[in-house]
Design a protein around this ligand. Sequence first.
Ligand code: C2E
Ligand code: CA
Ligand code: CA
Length: 578
Amino acid sequence: MRSALRQLPDKHKKILLIDSNQQDQSRLQPILEQYPLYQLTRCNDHVEAMMLLQESPVDFIFLSCCCSPLPCPTVISDLHQYQPHTPIIALSSTISEEQGQKLIEAKATDFLSTENISADTLLRTLRHAELTTKQNTEIELLRHSDTLTPVGNRQFFYLTLLHKLNSLIDQKSQLALITIDLDDFRKFNTRHGFSVGDEIVLEMGKRIQESIQRDDIVSRLGSDEFAIIQEIPKDQDLHQTVKQQLAQLITSLQEPYAHHHTHTHLNCSIGVVLAPEHGSEVDLLTKRASLARLKAKQIHGCSYSIYRPGMEIAGEEAKSGLEAELMTALRAEQFELFYQPRIDLRSGKIVGAEALIRWRHPTRGLIMPGDFIPISENNGLIVPIGYWTIHQAGLHLKELAQEGIHIDRLGVNLSFRQFKDEMLVDTIKRIINKETIDTSVIEFELTESAIFNDEEHVRNCLDSLAEEGVTFSLDDFGTGYSSFSLLHKLPISALKVDRSFVSQVNDSSEAAEIVRSIISLAQNMNIKVIAEGVETREQLDFLIKYDCDEIQGYFYSPPVCFNDFKRMLPKNPPLPST
Ligand code: C2E
Ligand code: CA
Ligand code: CA
């Protein structure tokens, strides 16, 4: 019988009838014989039906309800789960509306009383069932399709993963869940706009699809986040297979993305989790894949990380441990200010520096601000840490002056969170007066996000502080939201071009254009422009060519401790005694 089903030419509509006592067959067969388009095959029960369906799909399933030992709705549900896109028509000598309703709820497409069935009724039911199933399938397809890329959406991903996980044991297989996103995509979107962002996501989706195996399933989980579900037979080395796949994926994703007649290189991070090795539940696996992806983000460039048991504990413990220790670090005097020189491009001399905080941890060594400033911004500790920074920078300035060393500018970072402190202005004024700090040297560095949060409040704070003689610069310029409009409203006297543009000036025409226009904007407004993160001679030449005022970067010097910074500065001859 298996071969009978398979041999039917495709133009025939295949009907599989599940009917153990053959009563319905005797009623339907004579009618269908008049319509050679329909080919009826019978089997005894739904288990046999499932075996047949595995061999060869059919166009309709007829289920005789009278003779199954199981309740008909249960059988229908099973069949529907197994063949969700095949119409199932329940049959019985007579079916009341109420019984029929129950069958429909169990996902029967339709039901038919076979006692006095006519050809007309049967054919109409078949046509109707076919149409309904087609429409349902289309709706389902739409519901599960991503709106931007030709892959499944988040809902599709969850359903597919659930289904695959349920069948892992039966199929004697294992699977890898691979999630991918781009690094700093939000920044990219803000800078280039959402339509360019969409183009990148579309291209990313295409590249992912081109580098997967035939049976892998790709979905987009949101924004720039994609997931691949890859089923791997038990006899294959899961780790080895996945690693090969990842190498291919990374090769394709690290190619530059074309947009607006230019190319941008975007790094990606990939997190991998394996089932059943790392879990068998959808939520747990997706959480662990994200955790692995976060780990990959700490590695420079396009990279992947495979989940390891304990990863979450390590991450959370390290964070909560650090947070607890941060509370005492200030009192224990574990912070230190490093200084990165600022070079004037016309004179080639050091004209100032940026103060950058470091945490000299007794056991973990030197901790960089990226690892603790965000924590302190979250829990509010940035407020006292920020005051410490201003105070310490002021003391160092005094020490320089006492040794006959002069600098024009000292940049001190102010976090957005510090503006939430109502005492900010008063406290800064108090520190300045207590230590008699030379305010004309201090330049507070603000990010646009600081200002964006509460423009009016920030403006009032800046105006009050400006009365003390301090100046302000906009840090990471070009990456924020409302760069240009802010410049007119606030007392800003310098722009610091973000490192991400400076690092690309010789590779991306777009980055070069951005840097050129920031420089000319600053010139037009009569404010200074400082390029951050200058690492190469070529970048320096570009900045000299376009008349940038100052630079800061590893090319000249990384941030160094105060004593080393002091040694870089020329001493003025002592004042003649009178
Ligand atoms: P930022 O204000 O943008 O500081 C510049 C960062 O770029 C510094 O990182 C500096 O070491 C790094 N950098 C400078 N030149 C180069 C270069 O040529 N190449 C590369 N790759 N990097 C370069 P750092 O010291 O790790 O500071 C990171 C961030 O932490 C700072 O970014 C700033 O936002 C924050 N931060 C540092 N100190 C303080 C502070 O006292 N208060 C506040 N609120 N934030 C701070
Ligand atoms: Ca800064
Ligand atoms: Ca910066």
